[in-house]
Ligand binder design. Structure first.
Ligand SMILES: NC(=O)c1ccc[n+]([C@@H]2O[C@H](COP(=O)([O-])OP(=O)(O)OC[C@H]3O[C@@H](n4cnc5c(N)ncnc54)[C@H](O)[C@@H]3O)[C@@H](O)[C@H]2O)c1
Length: 277
């Protein structure tokens, strides 16, 4: 086993040290939504761990900034601009990277559209599902097809909202993130024996540009309902504080590494204790 969930490679003569097991030397990781927040922090920590990187995002300028920021730490980094809500752009991406395929896939890109459920229309629902759920569905399919005989690691980013819908007006979001859990567990079951590991991270209360926009919206529109939800939300955080994107990224590194070689189909909250309190 070359790495947890990745078939092939040399036989080991001795057990790896924990530091060696965490190393991503010789590995290549594809991260979606890498231009901002959690995805950007993932790019940074995987670069430090020695991984080659394929970074994907719809936001070209911010993606360039991520690439520049980690350039000094990265062995190899390629940036690809793609709208992952479009299947043809996902197909195009896999054609483009055919010569340098990843052994680890992290589906992190996502949007948080807030809308009254009764106002929801077909286009808006489709957009949310396309970015948050279908993109991961097609990305995992392409990944498994490409690595059918080698195995690999898939990490999908869900949300605490999939387990405990807390914030109003996020019905399509909650549906999409519940779908991520179903997808992850189904793939874990179907492809575990082929050397694939699939797990989901459920972040909550992580300070990122994405959640910053939600907070600013609550404050700027003096939305009392939203502000109360914010207060209640804060009260549930057992650690008493919001988390940093780096605190999610480190869990992704663990899941990708050999240290997580027997972790399969797991849902891992990284939420300061929100779901447990
Ligand atoms: N921050 C949190 O507290 C939190 C909580 C639960 C779940 N999450 C999930 O974590 C992930 C990252 O969230 P974040 O807070 O870092 O958000 P963010 O908004 O800071 O970053 C999301 C990234 O996804 C990219 N993206 C959006 N639509 C895309 C598309 N169609 N194609 C390609 N890229 C696209 C954006 O450009 C952005 O760079 C999301 O899936 C989100 O749902 C975050």
């Amino acid at each position: 086993m070359k790495s947890g969930g990745v078939k092939g490679g040399r036989a080991r003569t001795r057990a790896k040290s924990p530091a060696e097991a965490l190393s991503m030397e010789g590995r290549r990781v594809l991260i979606t939504g890498a231009a901002s927040g959690i995805g950007k922090a993932m790019a940074a920590i995987f670069a430090l761990a020695g991984a080659g990187l394929i970074l994907v995002d719809i936001d070209e300028r911010s993606l360039q900034r991520t690439t520049k920021d980690i350039a000094g730490d990265s062995r190899e980094v390629a940036a690809h601009v793609a709208d992952l809500s479009k299947k043809e752009q996902i197909d195009g991406l896999w054609t483009t990277i055919a010569g340098s395929l990843p052994d680890t896939l992290i589906n992190n890109a996502g949007v948080y559209p807030m809308r009254d459920y009764l106002e929801e229309d077909a286009d808006s629902l489709e957009r949310t599902l396309a970015v948050n759920l279908k993109s991961a569905f097609w990305m995992c399919q392409a990944f498994i097809r490409e690595r059918r005989d080698k195995g690999g690691v898939m990490i999908n980013v869900s949300s605490i909202e999939a387990i405990l819908p807390f914030k109003k007006d996020l019905v399509p979001y909650s549906v999409s993130k519940s779908g991520i859990i179903a997808l992850t567990r189904a793939l874990a079951r179907d492809y575990g024996r082929d050397g694939f590991r699939a797990n989901a991270i459920l972040p909550g209360a992580i300070r990122t540009p994405g959640t910053g926009r939600l907070v600013r919206k609550a404050v700027s529109t003096v939305n009392l309902d939203l502000m109360k939800t914010g207060y209640d939300f804060q009260s549930r955080l057992a650690l008493g504080r919001w988390g940093k994107p780096e605190e999610v990224a480190s869990v992704a590194l663990f899941l990708a590494s050999d240290l997580a070689s027997y972790v399969q189909g797991a849902l891992i909250p990284v939420d300061g204790g929100f779901l447990s309190s």
